[in-house]
Design a protein around this ligand. Structure first.
Ligand code: XIL
Length: 364
């Protein structure tokens, strides 16, 4: 018991109301948040809203300007993933110009609030700047552009990033490399190994991940990742983890085989993570989910958390935003929405309580 509490207890003991009063006197500011009840070896994260689709919305940059948002962000989570602020188009908008300010601000906020940061992302087909997509570079130039970017960005945050999504969404649903990935299509799949090697040289302590969606059920896409992981590990490439984004829709059923998928990568000696969980639904007219929909959504969230908890080295569980106010879902999936664990006003949905109860039970 801390000294201040002891003093209060001493006074109150004489009034015989001790057991009733002691608790509230020292109520911890983190009491009952997701992070405070979670098992100590599991990070609870969220995407940090800004950039990307937010730029076209009728509100100012959420992370920078929404004070209540920042409060919930600090209170509930001990891991933070820049939603867009470390992507190529955002952080490297011109060939010789970097825009580090917003990413720096997130890293600072995370440090001040006892949060780790997941870096996202280094080698991806999407959200690349026009100068890169439309440039006329030789293969050798392209390779050196990627190498320089990785050394610059990973190097800048050296020691401050817990996990990097080095390669994002490199496979199609059929398990083949995505033809629209400029790096792989121009330089060949060997560039993936190089990206991991460069990231490792730039920050030897960061855990380096493969990250994708559509890997929540077994299938050819998961097979492709397993084969790639085995190959990279056999080549002594510094690959440390495999992550399921877990962008789910209630149209397709609960991810009830996810633990089995994660276990296959755990068996290879890799860490696993859930990196972008949200659960979208078809909204009824009026846009307000029914009580039944919210229960189903809660059960999906719980299924994903249970899967992570069931696997030894699944130590990072991140949801892709915590309030519907800023979710990317309605912008990208017409007619679907309400995908996060809180309403626009940060009111908690059943999914929030499902996560918190499950975390609290797992900690005990
Ligand atoms: C999304 C962001 O949430 C949006 O703000 C942006 O406009 C588009 O990208 N997989 C990923 C994430 O790896 O980076 C994507 O984030 C969602 C799908």
């Amino acid at each position: 018991m801390r000294a201040a509490t002891r003093a209060v207890v001493a006074v109150l003991a004489t009034t015989a109301t001790l057991s009733f009063v002691v608790q509230p006197v020292q109520a911890h500011p983190q009491a009952k948040s997701l992070r405070s009840v979670a098992p100590r070896d599991l990070r609870i994260g969220t995407a940090v809203a800004g950039g990307g689709h937010h730029v076209d919305q009728p509100y100012p940059d959420p992370f920078t300007y929404d004070k209540p948002y920042r409060k919930v962000l600090a209170k509930e989570f001990n891991s933070a993933s820049p939603e867009n602020q470390m992507k190529w188009e955002f952080i490297h908008p011109e060939r010789n110009k970097y825009n580090f300010g917003p990413a720096d601000a997130i890293v600072r906020f995370a440090r001040d609030n006892g949060q780790v940061v997941r870096g996202h992302t280094l080698l991806w087909h999407s959200q690349n700047p026009a100068w890169l997509n439309e440039g006329t570079f030789t293969d050798a130039e392209l390779r050196s552009i990627l190498k320089k970017h990785i050394f610059t960005v990973v190097g800048r945050y050296k020691g401050k990033i817990q996990q990097w999504d080095v390669a994002n969404e490199i496979f199609n649903e059929n398990g083949e490399y995505r033809p629209e990935n400029i790096w792989i299509s121009r330089l060949g799949p060997g560039i993936v190994a190089d990206a991991f090697r460069w990231a490792h040289q730039a920050d030897p302590r960061a855990q380096l991940f493969l990250n994708d969606y559509g890997v929540e059920w077994p299938g050819v896409k998961v097979d492709a990742y397993e084969a790639l992981a085995e190959q990279l590990l056999a080549q002594r490439v510094p690959l440390h983890g495999f992550a399921s984004q877990a962008h789910l829709s209630m149209r397709y059923g609960a991810p009830d085989q996810l633990a089995g998928v994660l276990q296959r990568f755990d068996d290879l000696g890799l860490k696993t993570a859930i990196t972008e969980l949200d659960v979208r639904m078809d909204l009824p007219e009026g846009g307000v989910p029914t009580a039944e929909q919210l229960q189903t959504q809660a059960s999906y969230y719980k299924t994903v958390l249970d899967a992570c908890l069931a696997v030894d080295n699944c130590n990072s569980f991140t949801i892709w935003g915590f309030t519907d106010k800023y979710s990317w879902v309605p912008v990208f999936f017409p007619a679907e929405g309400a995908a996060t664990v809180m309403r626009d006003d940060f009111g908690k949905k059943p999914a929030y309580y499902a996560l918190r109860d499950t975390l609290a039970r797992a900690r005990r």
